[in-house]
Design a protein around this ligand. Structure first.
Ligand code: COA
Length: 274
């Protein structure tokens, strides 16, 4: 089978492998929608989701992204039928495919809006990658996690940077080398998940986080996400200190900051809260 070419090969007449709902509060909800195979992703899902995320990132009306899965699982990672087909590709074709998955992860990771993963069930392999690329993660207590790649004779390569960033090198050595599965409480202990709830309280927990996010000024939230991304892991050098001063100085004079500070002092809601 030839490698996937998004421009020529997306069949828009087929059902999409995920749904996208634009809510009136500015939240875009992406629901992975291949429940029969636990929302595993193949080349088509990867290409279409990347395009959708790029569009959401550029859309000023979108204030936050909520990512979840339909059915029993959040995502069982790479579609293993697709992975098996890849074994027949040449090295160039495999590289192109792997780069497409890497692009999906980096697009989600760098999305200039807050992202929330609502983990409704198993998150395995690339599913853990998606979780690690989101800013905030809430999981149902029955959800199970695992970077299971080595058990399949492959490795968690493309998701590696995000998993290592989330849980650190020490925990990554264990979970990646064993490929073991672990529960939501352990995922929380490792720092993969921020909050664990009963399954019937999952929506409410995610909505509470979203409600909190929407109280922030959109430009301030965007700039803060960039701040965390740019500073994480850097030594606190003179350059870094100066950079942080420049960032806040630039933001203070924006109409949004004037509105936010004015609203507080005048004891009213800022305009972005509607
Ligand atoms: N790719 C393709 N198909 C997958 C899949 C994947 N990643 N994960 C599950 N499926 C398919 C199964 O092959 C099965 O297909 P079938 O109905 O044709 O037999 C179907 O989904 C149902 O899976 P099943 O294992 O029967 O469901 P379950 O509820 O017992 O377990 C999982 C669900 C997700 C825990 C289990 O399927 C699993 O561990 N999958 C492998 C996940 C994995 O290791 N991913 C890492 C990829 S790098």
């Amino acid at each position: 089978m030839p490698p996937f070419n998004p421009a020529s090969e997306i069949d828009m007449t087929r059902d999409r492998p995920f749904t996208l709902d634009h809510r009136t509060d500015g939240v875009a909800v992406v629901t992975l929608d291949r429940p029969e195979i636990h929302n595993a992703f193949d080349d088509r899902l990867i290409a279409e989701l990347t395009l959708a995320l790029e569009a959401l990132g550029a859309d000023d009306q979108v204030r936050a992204l909520l990512l979840t899965g339909r059915g029993k699982s959040f995502s069982a990672g790479a579609d293993l039928n697709w992975m098996r087909r890849c074994a027949d590709y040449g090295e160039d074709e495999n590289l192109k495919d792997a780069r497409a998955l890497a692009k999906l992860m980096s697009t989600l990771d760098r999305l200039p809006k807050p992202t929330i993963a609502k983990v409704n069930g198993a998150a395995l392999g690339g599913g853990v990658g998606l979780v690690c690329c989101c800013d905030i993660v809430v999981a149902a207590d029955h959800a199970r996690f695992g970077t299971t790649e080595v058990k399949l004779g492959i490795m968690p390569s493309v998701i590696g940077p995000y998993v290592i960033r989330a849980v650190g090198a020490r925990a990554s050595r264990r979970i990646m080398l064993t490929g073991e599965r672990f529960d939501a409480m352990e995922a929380q202990r490792l720092g993969l998940v921020h909050e664990v709830t009963a399954a019937d309280a999952l929506d409410q927990a995610a909505e509470a986080i979203i409600a909190e996010l929407l109280t922030g000024g959109p430009a301030a939230v965007k700039a803060t996400k960039a701040l965390v991304r740019d500073l994480a892991g850097l030594p606190i050098s003179d350059d870094v200190i100066d950079d942080t001063a420049k960032r806040i100085a630039a933001l203070r004079v924006t109409p949004e900051a004037k509105e936010g500070l004015g609203a507080f002092l005048e004891k009213r809601s800022p305009g972005w809260r509607g």
